[in-house]
Design a protein around this ligand. Structure first.
Ligand SMILES: [Zn+2]
Length: 110
């Protein structure tokens, strides 16, 4: 015993109170996230609702809102591919599920 699990320290620094979620220029939902990936040197702006997204180079002097503004500009300039709405149309037909073999087996204990 005494084997300590190495815990990965998650350092979550939250000093910014700037809004992190923005309104999408495409679908108008307030679901645009700015993912700053400093380690990769890039920033991904993505709408969680319609999937509209863009990638930018990380710039230390930029604030999330700056990427967002770029994102909106690019969108209106037609630089961003408009995502086709992915409506999940999973239709499981109930008929298929329950058409066969639904015999109730009742065990009668005597
Ligand atoms: Zn959207």
């Amino acid at each position: 015993m005494g084997r300590r699990r190495r815990r990965r320290r998650k350092i979550i620094v939250r000093r910014k109170t700037l809004p992190k979620v923005f309104t999408c220029p495409n679908c108008d939902s307030k679901t645009v996230n700015i993912n700053v990936r400093k380690s990769e040197g890039k920033v991904v702006v993505i709408c969680g609702s319609c999937g509209l997204q863009a990638e930018y180079e990380y710039n230390p002097i930029f604030h999330p809102v700056d990427y967002y503004n770029k994102f909106v500009d690019d969108f209106y300039e037609g630089k961003l591919p408009t995502p086709s709405k992915q409506v999940e149309s999973r239709t499981i037909s109930l008929e298929e599920l329950s058409s066969e073999g639904e015999e109730e087996i009742s065990e009668a204990e005597e």
